[in-house]
Design a protein around this ligand. Structure first.
Ligand code: SF4
Length: 480
């Protein structure tokens, strides 16, 4: 018998998680319940994830951002992985995906779950690949064993590549970039080598039963997402999407929450079409998009190419954006890449919320603009998405404390500062600096804590930073 958020919602029960989510989003708990009951939103909250502060993903709520963390075969240690979690949460990730493929996967996953206040997602296929001698030797029993173990550990949502079917593979023959999803390429090779249907599709109902028992949310993987503009919106992508729609309804039949993953590389004029099609095919299940990158020409800047697509997707109704860092296509991201990627994506998510006129979303913009017009530099830094970056850039040319009161900055200089000139023109007597008559009161704004969090707002004692003397937070944490 399922005991999930959707089970409770359908029975008319408002859970503690729904109440907390309603508080964070400034919404009526009953509205949250309805959205979950109808599958229009998900609360990824495995009952074994004790450190979790529940959040919600759905197009009627603030747009969320995911950051990928995890080790690889070349970089792998527990302390580094905990630091990555801290960095992601500090810079504003609403969820993290542990995409580890290196060693000590169990220990690292358990550490992430022990410390993470945000939902943790995984791709269990990666662990199955590590445990099989060769990827083609993965069995359905091994897949179910890995999925059940991760569910018991407390993983909140899992990417399951069940939508790519054997009959879809010929549709990729003419593609410029073939199959670019890691999981998708593994499943495709498995099907080709063995001449069998996708093993995750074969045992989909069993996976649903495991998810229902632990309240794990599906993130249905888009194995056939386009890896280039040339392949965007092709027959293969949309054939898989149709299967994802069927799998969505099958999961709902088991009382399991579902979100659906989306592309990839898509030109700007077709981004909205992708969101609208997914919403129609998957009956409004939340859409979780990677980018999309709107051009292929800028390796090294793909946090920008993709955040343009992400902002458009958010405006069109995508519920969560998976960040892309400047290292995309080039290498494993480091801390500064994570910071740049999350900044780009939090801008995209907020821009989408402003465009969709989410209650209170623009109050943050208004408050910052007011501080800017009044030359209240300290308030401007405090409200900035990344306060440290804003202060650092200002102080590079005007570091003194006296410049925190200055009616100019080094961009235009004192004589050409348009805002100072404008204020002086309004105050012909040349008296006190103009003060705005009405100011945005962020404290009483309907903007929620998810709508106006400068960097660091999501920090939690459960994701401690390393001590300055070099002792790792992990060592300290595991002592207790
Ligand atoms: S100098 Fe230019 S950029 Fe700087 S505050 Fe004045 S108008 Fe703005």
């Amino acid at each position: 018998m399922a005991n999930t958020q959707i089970t409770a919602a359908r029975a008319g029960t408002v859970t503690e998680e729904m109440k907390r989510v309603a508080e964070r989003e400034n919404r009526d708990p009953e509205f949250v319940r309805e959205q979950v009951a109808d599958g229009q939103a998900v609360i990824p909250a495995n009952r074994n994830h004790d450190a979790l502060d529940p959040m919600i993903i759905g197009r009627e709520f603030a747009t969320k951002v995911n950051a990928n963390i995890g080790n690889s075969e070349t970089t792998s240690d527990l302390e580094t992985e905990l630091e990555k979690l801290h960095t992601a949460v500090h810079y504003g990730a609403d969820t993290v995906m542990d995409l580890g493929t290196g060693s000590d996967l169990d220990e690292i996953r358990e550490t992430h779950l022990e410390h993470s206040p945000v939902p943790v997602g995984t791709v269990p296929l990666y662990e199955a690949v590590k445990r099989a001698e060769r990827p083609e030797e993965i069995t359905t029993d091994l897949l179910l064993e890995v999925i059940e173990k991760q569910a018991e550990q407390g993983v909140d949502y899992m990417t399951i590549h069940a939508g790519i079917l054997a009959e879809h593979l010929p549709l990729t023959d003419g593609r410029k970039t073939g199959i670019v999803s890691r999981g998708g390429s593994i499943v495709a090779k498995w099907m080709e080598e063995r001449g069998e249907q996708n093993p995750l599709f074969q045992v989909y109902d069993e996976i649903c039963e495991i998810f229902a028992a632990h309240d794990v949310t599906f993130s249905l993987g888009d194995s056939l997402r386009p890896g280039s503009l040339a392949d965007a919106c092709d027959e293969a992508q949309y054939a898989e999407l149709d299967t994802l729609g069927e799998l969505t309804r099958r999961a709902w039949d088991h009382d399991v929450q579902v979100m659906v993953e989306g592309p990839g590389h898509v030109p700007m004029h077709r981004v909205a079409e992708n969101v609208e099609r997914q919403q129609a095919v998957c009956d409004g299940a939340p859409f979780y998009v990677l980018g999309p990158l709107v051009t292929d020409i800028a390796p090294g800047y793909d946090h920008i190419t993709s955040s343009i697509g992400a902002a458009m997707a958010a405006q069109a109704g995508a519920a969560m954006l998976c960040y892309v860092t400047p290292k995309e296509h080039l290498g494993l991201p480091e801390e500064e890449d994570v910071r740049d990627g999350l900044a780009a994506y939090r801008i995209a998510a907020h821009a989408g919320d402003v465009a969709n006129e989410r209650s209170g979303a623009r109050d943050w913009d208004d408050a910052l603009s007011e501080a800017r017009y009044e030359f209240d530099w300290r308030e401007q830094f405090r409200l900035a998405l990344d306060p440290d970056r804003a202060r650092e850039y200002h102080d590079q040319t005007l570091p003194g404390d006296n410049y925190k009161e200055a009616r100019f900055c080094s961009m235009c200089g004192v004589d050409f500062c348009s805002m100072r000139i404008d204020q002086d023109a309004r105050d012909v007597e040349g008296g006190e600096m103009t003060r705005l008559e009405t100011k945005t009161d962020l404290e009483s704004s309907p903007a929620s804590e998810v709508n106006l969090p400068p960097v660091g707002t999501h920090d939690s004692p459960s994701t401690p930073e390393p001590d300055s003397d070099g002792e790792s937070a992990l060592e300290g944490a595991s002592d207790d």
